[in-house]
Design a protein around this ligand. Sequence first.
Ligand code: ZN
Length: 185
Amino acid sequence: MATLLETWRTQAYGNGLSKADQEKLWQEYFALEKGFYEEVLKDPSHVFEGTVKELADHFHIDVFHFTGVLDGIDESLKGYHNPIDSMDENTQVKIEIDPEKLYYNMVEAKASWLYGLPEWNSILTEDKRNELYRKQKASGTIRREGKKIYPNDQCPCGSGKKYKKCHMRIDQENELKAMAAEAQQ
Ligand SMILES: [Zn+2]
């Protein structure tokens, strides 16, 4: 039987779904993911522990999409990993974020609707955020564990607007600023 992670990845990245259904899956995922981070960032030192099912329920996310959340956050945890490859609903997992890693990884994912959340203002100073931003851009790594967003897609921030009319411009401006900052050094 397929693991939770295999099921999630096949549907989210594979060709098990039609283009329209996969698009719908990601729109739902982005909305749930944003709500998840809004709660986690309210108190970034809080440790969430329980089974996959218990934590999914806690965040009001179904286990399928919550698997995607656990997959996405796994590189941003405080010095450990959850057993995402093998976990099932009853596997014990823990969410304790490393704020700097998480911010960096959100920049890497080009998720401006996440690294731009106002909750960050009281977690990392503006200087620290700028430093992490530049460090990520200087690394040259672009990795979207999630998905590539096209200009005519709905913006993942949940505004209901097309990406090109919403966060795409912010992403592009940030890229240019980071490039200019690099050129200065
Ligand atoms: Zn947007």
